[in-house]
Design a protein around this ligand. Structure first.
Ligand code: ATP
Length: 445
């Protein structure tokens, strides 16, 4: 019988990761002779959710097993509990793992509803009760806690995609620094870019592929073709023996969060702004105040090119900003800019006139009362308008730094011809042949 399974929240700040857990679960099912004919999906949800650990990832996959729904649920729930207790220690660290399971026939019947749930999970905050009610009404088997929200949402993702290949470390290395040959990353980048992206930060001279912290991921390679990601992996030299790798189909780098916009806290929004003023804060962050909105826009220093652009904007410019709505201390809502399209550049500025006789700057007589030369008393009614040259051009600007869902401006999304069944079966066959399957054994015993 065919099933769709979603899992989420199996990581913690100390150890573990939902993608790692899902790979171990797939391995377990594969060993039980379940048929797996598609790559698992790595589904990023609302990037503005405050209680995410890292990138708000959830996972779903399809399996065809010779077991009942009840037996499958038992297996998923048992593996989940062991992973969280023995590997991620998530229960002690406020993680709330969950899962969702559905028979494939039923899944096809409620696909539209699941897609709407996914859209909402990418763009808004979903209360736990609402997710439970949705599961009950649609006969989705759920278990665990908050993670069931992401698990259900992952079942509904069926849009544009890219791929991510994740490599995982052996458990004895989880606490050690990650060491990789940077030259090998740059070499792979030079061969495969732009079919692979976000590999290396040439500005800071450091890899972008490495995971940080004590999770089991060593590195992640992102791109539009899984075969190329495997070739890239074979070039990159990690300075430790890795445990296994998995390839996921993913909504990363496809801009789904910019498709479903809102106006509430933690939603992504987008708006046109005629600029009133630009303030550069201590530290380099830029605040944009706009004519059509109460909301201040903040362009963080860390957003590099976007921040440099913001510093060059002037009163009268017209921009289209996209970003996350967040609460702020001084202003009720702020918009954290992620992308700015410059639509119009004001190249005229008004300035206090120069005295035509003395060539000195005149002085204001009073509000709306004109300007006068202090020396020869020559009078002018109003400011003069002057054309200025601008250092920026019209067009789209965004931070070069990697944000999971954001599509790099240059990326061409495509759907490569691949045999997913062969690919996932090769990956899982390699996984089960590992000499040391320590974590897999831990969550099975
Ligand atoms: P990892 O990458 O290791 O999985 P993470 O950053 O993805 O970590 P999670 O552990 O998945 O973080 O935590 C996110 C939690 O937020 C999950 O419990 C998930 O169910 C929940 N969640 C995700 N999207 C929403 C949403 N739109 N509304 C409410 N809760 C959500």
């Amino acid at each position: 019988m065919k099933f769709v399974v979603g899992v989420d929240d199996h990581d913690s700040t100390k150890a573990g990761c939902t993608t790692h857990f899902s790979s171990i679960l797939l391995e377990k099912l594969f060993l039980k002779n379940c048929k797996i004919s598609e790559l698992p999906k790595l589904v990023r949800l609302n990037p503005n959710i405050p209680w995410k650990t890292r990138g708000n990832a959830s996972i779903s996959f399809i399996v065809d097993c010779n077991i009942s729904l009840c037996e499958l649920e038992q297996l998923v729930s048992d593996t989940s509990e062991k992973y969280v207790k023995k590997i991620s220690m998530g229960y002690n660290l406020n993680r709330k793992p969950g899962y969702a399971i559905l028979e494939y026939d039923k899944y096809n019947l409620i696909k539209d509803k699941l897609e709407s749930f996914y859209e909402r999970a990418v763009s808004d905050v979903i209360p736990l009760d609402l997710a439970k009610k949705f599961a009950k009404n649609n006969k989705i088997l759920i278990g665990g806690s908050r993670g069931l929200i992401g698990s259900i949402a992952a079942l509904g993702f069926d849009e544009d995609y890219t791929f991510e290949l994740l490599t995982y470390r052996k458990i004895e290395n989880w606490n050690k620094d990650r060491d990789v040959d940077n030259k090998s990353i740059m070499e792979a980048d030079s061969i495969f870019f732009p079919k692979v992206v976000a590999n290396y930060d040439y500005f800071k001279n450091k890899p972008l592929i490495l995971s940080h912290g004590r999770d089991p991921v060593f590195y992640g390679l992102r791109g539009i073709d899984p075969e190329i990601l495997i070739k890239e992996m074979n070039i990159i030299k990690a300075k430790e023996e890795l445990d296994f790798f998995m390839i996921f189909k993913t909504n990363q780098m496809t801009d789904p969060h910019l498709k479903y916009l809102g106006t509430r806290y933690y939603q992504t929004t987008s708006m046109k702004i005629k600029i009133n003023s630009i303030r550069i804060m201590k530290g380099g962050h830029v605040i944009i105040e706009g004519g059509y909105s109460e909301m201040l826009v903040i362009v963080y220093r860390e957003s590099r090119e976007l921040n440099s652009l913001a510093k060059e904007l002037k009163r009268g410019d017209l921009i289209h900003v996209s970003g996350a709505i967040k609460p702020s201390f001084n202003n009720s809502k702020i918009l954290e800019a992620e992308r700015i399209e410059v639509l119009y550049l004001n190249d005229q500025i008004n300035e206090i006139p120069l005295c035509p006789i003395c060539k000195r700057r005149m002085e204001s007589v009073g509000k709306d009362k004109g300007y006068r030369c202090k020396r020869c008393k020559t009078f002018a009614n109003s400011k003069t308008t002057k054309s200025i040259s601008r250092n920026i051009t019209l067009g789209l600007y965004q931070s070069p730094l990697y944000r999971h869902l954001t599509k790099p401006i240059y990326l061409n999304l495509s759907k490569p011809e691949i045999n997913e069944e062969e690919l996932i079966n090769n990956i899982l066959s390699k996984m089960i042949k590992r000499q040391d399957r320590y974590v897999s054994t831990m969550v099975s015993s």
